[in-house]
Design a protein around this ligand. Structure first.
Ligand code: FMN
Length: 257
């Protein structure tokens, strides 16, 4: 009986199969894009849709702390790239041995190649000092702007646009390059544009930097660290992750044909 009523509720509110599959397709095929940008301009109508998707993200106390700084000027992109280059050279020194040479071989941005940059920010003072939901955990406003990033990223994937998040900056240098005042926090500098292809797997996974973690190691029950491999949910998680990985592999085969 219990599962029947769950099914009835599901059919009332769930998307039709095709629409639901499209949502999961956007999630599983989204990639961080660095090296495959095409110079093709992004029409304003498309840019407007993905920015509007970002603006409809959840935010703590509905404070909507974000702004969207759209970068199209080559001169500004060059300033952002110079800030990246400084931090990237320093970052290389922070890794030891083989990791250092691997780090240096990674392409970690597409600032100059992507036709559009979008910096998503957080104005922590937007609605005054006391915000519903931010009264005790003060970082919730920052997380809200991150939600806007993810909305944009997924909407962009559905539009066939690649997005690459670049975070290797001294914050002050990024702010200076973009004229962002001190009271505003830059959350993400995103490179946006059409792409030659989307990789099937994260590039850091393919490069052997890190593997994707198994879901069953990440899900705890009732108390931190408490695993229960006998729970039916664990079986589902293993299957779903295998399907998600296989979808990536299938995508790779299709791309090679
Ligand atoms: C907060 C954040 C910052 C990131 N910064 C960078 C970055 O500076 N350069 C880069 O190449 N990728 C960056 N990435 C992308 C991650 O490397 C990427 O999401 C991860 O390797 C998984 O790959 P996927 O996004 O293709 O699934 C960032 C991602 C997040 C969420």
């Amino acid at each position: 009986m219990k599962s029947m009523s769950a099914q009835a509720i599901q059919s009332t509110h769930a998307f039709a199969d095709e629409a639901r599959d499209a949502v999961y397709h956007a999630i599983f095929s989204r990639r961080d894009v660095r090296g495959q940008f095409l110079p093709t301009p992004v029409p304003d109508a498309v840019l407007s849709r993905i920015l509007t998707a970002a603006h409809y993200a959840p935010s703590v106390g509905f404070m909507q702390p974000w702004n969207f700084l759209v970068v199209q000027s080559d001169a500004v992109k060059r300033r952002v790239h110079a800030a990246f280059a400084t931090a990237h050279a320093e970052a290389g020194e922070m890794f030891e041995g083989e990791k250092r040479s691997t780090y240096r071989s990674l392409k970690l941005e597409g600032i100059l190649e992507s036709p559009v940059g979008i910096c998503i920010t957080c104005d922590r003072e937007r609605t005054g000092p006391v915000v519903v939901g931010r009264t005790h955990m003060k970082t919730m406003d920052l997380y809200s702007s991150v939600c806007a990033v993810q909305n944009l990223w997924l909407a962009a994937r559905a539009e066939g646009l690649g997005v690459g998040w670049v975070s290797i900056f001294h914050q002050s240098e990024l702010q200076e390059a973009l004229g962002i005042p001190k009271g505003i926090t830059p959350i993400a500098y995103l490179c946006v544009g059409y792409v030659s292809h989307f990789h099937a797997k994260p590039e850091l996974e393919s490069a052997g930097w890190l593997p994707r973690l198994p879901m069953e190691d990440l899900v705890y029950f009732d108390q931190w660290g408490q695993r229960d491999d006998d729970q039916a949910l664990i079986g589902h998680l293993k299957r779903d992750q295998a399907i998600a990985q296989e979808a990536g592999a299938a995508h790779r085969v299709a791309a090679a044909q």
